[in-house]
Design a protein. Sequence first.
Length: 578
Amino acid sequence: MRRLIVDTPVQEAALVFDLPEGDLEMTVGRHSESSIVLSGAGISRHHARLVQANGMLFIEDTGSSGGTFVNGEAIQEMTALEDNDVVTIGDNTLRIQNADAAADDMPIEPTLAEPVAEAPAPQPPPPEPAPVVTAPAPEVNNFLDEFKNATLLYEDSIMELTKQIHTDILERLNLAQGTLDVKNDETMDRVNHVMDQILRERRHEIPSRIPLNTFRQALMDELIGYGPISPVLRSPRVSEIMINGPDHIFVESKGKIFESGIRFFSEQHLLSIIQRIVEPLGRHIDEASPMVDARLPDGSRVNAIIPPLALQGASVTIRKFSDKKLTTDDLINFGSMTRDMALFLEEAVRSRQNILVSGGTGSGKTTLLNVLSLFIPKGERVITVEDSAELKLDHPNLVSLEARPANIEGKGRITIRDLVINTLRMRPDRIIVGECRGAEALDMLQAMNTGHDGSLTTAHANNPRDALTRLENMVMMAGFDLPSKAIREQIASALDLIVQQTRLPDGSRKIVQISEVTGRENDVILLQDIFTFNQTGMDNDGKVQGYHSATGNIPFFVEELRQSGRLKLDMSVFVPKA
């Protein structure tokens, strides 16, 4: 039996609840009908729920304004509680104890329904309990381990039950099928009340093998989230979600792709979730305009394409971005680069070298661009231009611009090229273009050649030489009849470094080449490698084996800095490693 001890600032003694075996539910909040009534700043009317099911105790924050904390960490979803865990709500604390183990410490009469208040005794207060160190939860190795139980929700019978209960909830809330807009505590309280009422009525229909909290969270995701993909959107282990129609949803975790097992009710259900994603951004998708780019509130990039262009049902690709801003230390720990390479790139950015990050889809170009931006001095003005905002720069003087697609009437489109041209009138010290895909490459090169040194951009290419060819082709897309010689001259003059990022067969992402553009000879742009990744093979687990090494070549800008006495880089980074 578990014991719940509630310490409040308005009670001289703790409130004690002995929780019986079996399933039960308790509400926590300032409402007088709550199972546990709390007071003080930051307490919502219905602040949280305690649920005991299948022998486990859980707590869920029900959309409170002040938040619910377990062992000092704010919770975002239903969270399991262990013995000695401490829940903090405002100035109140709830402690979980094993009733048998705590009997000697708190000799009170157990009760099953009402709390028992300890009578104050005329003696010094008991000493504060010693801090409890809880064992860390076992590590989840991959996506399949984390979600192996969640797939129970996607059996045909369970999906039909979920759909029925979801419809019942909307009917009792007097809402049509669609998005529930929760803007305040009162609306959220009403949603929770109706949901809990229906779940009590239909609890007998929910198989015992499915945890009640998991089922309830799935219903909440349907009401106010993004339906069945909400759990994978919340998972920090998932980096990309690929939806190929309502029945085939794949995810990428640690560079490898898994079939998730989750499903939508129908094609219409999937289309409604797509609409839920794009409508807050003022975007539109239908048969007349069947493609859309959007982003989620957390910055994740979304691309959706629907029939008639998508032949096997609506297709959605979501590229997630970590809440944590990665640094060079993280990339070094991942094996993406070495310390010497990081020091070199820092010196290159600080000394205002124009850098192109080249690589394939999903190779980590945007992540590397974010890391490189950390080296830009704080006193400089930075303007970013993107098709869909993905960069997360932490810079005091930053302006972020995003392109705009055409409206339903085909008007109002603002391209990346339009924004790059406008950027030149905004007094930038550095311009960062998220990705060059077309004619904007010409304007980017012109900016690099006209006083905006230290600018950064990315492009899709397999190697630095291919990146130069792609740039040349993109400049031709601008519509000017420029000779190849003039274009290559401009590229050679504008670019200083090309950093090649690659996703290897084992899913790892590495910088495989850092090359310097050294000029032009006849019609050929000259390159020299500064750092390379030398692959030596693969181990028995399929992991790529190899090492990064300097080539021994010294970049021209480094030599200039050294001669002028402004070089802060140790020259030993250019010594080849055996």
